[in-house]
Design a protein around this ligand. Structure first.
Ligand SMILES: [Zn+2]
Length: 321
């Protein structure tokens, strides 16, 4: 079968997506420090008089910031044209799938970066669980003066949703029209399948490294403490406290009624998990609030859905006085 759209999309390979972009700020110590604090990265290479920037900050130096597009010099129309072609073909949804970076030399405070972006490749038509569409890979070359210091590849899937139930606007307004919005489905992969299987059995399983015994959550393929690949699980007792939380007001999201609290729950075992705090108004959630694990069903037209939530244990704090 000839894929005419695919052939047309291929003609965009190699075309510029942005030329002569310029970083808003030179590489600088305050941004490095904030990054390291946010990441919890205490590597001494990123501080002091001979500091280098964390390599993974590469893209940060090229970003336009909240003031956005006005700061984006030299952007070409090719990327927009490619998107228009895909939109016209019904591939109206987009999801970022992965990025790859390559570092050629460290960036240091004072370096002023420039960057060019090219549409590196457009895949053949692919059918995924989300729908059918095309993967578009953009490569950004980051330079200081004439020297290439790193590359940043960014891949998206632009696709026609597999089961389309109204456009985004209709979905957002679904509640107003009396259509019950569906809760997001689980994203299950080989690394976290065991966790979600446990949840279906009403067990909250924590991964434990069998080399060094360190517990970890969320589930990962290896141990952050020792690098060991082998693990087993322990079942959480269900006791915990609210370590931190945010109250979501905006933007509204289908199936959720703002304002609501999203908690970072510290389990008695010491690991933390993001979850809903239930059984208490959003403005009564506080750090240190004792909570206990429950499993809640959120069944809808997409089928059964079981999620771990944490119920406030108000009675415990009340009695002390
Ligand atoms: Zn370990």
């Amino acid at each position: 079968m000839v894929d005419e759209l695919g052939a047309r999309l291929k003609t965009y390979e190699g075309r510029a997506a942005a030329v002569a972009g310029r970083g808003k700020d030179p590489v600088n110590e305050p941004m490095i420090r904030h990054w390291c604090e946010a990441m919890g990265d205490t590597n001494p290479a990123y501080a002091g008089p001979d500091a280098v920037a964390p390599p993974t900050m590469l893209q940060a130096w090229t970003m336009g910031g909240l003031s956005g597009y006005t700061g984006r010099t030299g952007r070409t129309g090719a990327y927009d044209e490619l998107f228009d072609l895909l939109d016209e073909a019904g591939c109206t949804s987009v999801v970022a799938t992965d990025c790859e970076q390559e570092y050629l030399r460290p960036l240091r405070p004072g370096d002023e970066v420039t960057f060019d972006a090219v549409i590196e490749s457009v895949s053949d038509r692919k059918t995924t669980k989300l729908g059918t569409g095309y993967f578009v890979t953009t490569r950004m070359d980051v330079r200081v003066g004439p020297d290439l210091v790193g590359t940043h590849r960014f891949r998206i899937l632009k696709y026609a949703p597999a089961h389309k139930k109204g456009n985004g606007k209709e979905r957002r307004e679904g509640k107003r029209e009396g259509v019950r919005a569906r809760r997001p489905r689980l994203v299950v992969n080989r690394d976290n399948a065991g966790f979600w299987e446990g949840v279906q059995r009403h067990q909250l399983l924590i991964q434990r490294c069998t080399d060094c015994g360190t517990l970890r959550h969320p589930w990962l393929p290896g141990c952050n403490a020792c690098g060991g690949p082998d693990w087993d699980t322990v079942e959480a007792s269900g006791e915990g406290t609210v370590y931190s939380y945010v109250v979501m007001h905006h933007p509204p999201f289908p199936a959720f009624d703002p304002p609501y609290a999203v908690g970072l729950i510290e389990l008695a075992e010491g690991v933390r998990i993001v979850s809903n705090v239930v059984g208490v108004p959003y403005d009564k959630v506080r750090m240190g609030l004792p909570v206990r694990l429950e499993f809640q069903r959120y069944d809808d037209e997409d089928g059964p859905l079981v999620l771990p939530v944490f119920r406030a244990q108000e009675d415990r704090e009340g009695g002390a006085g």
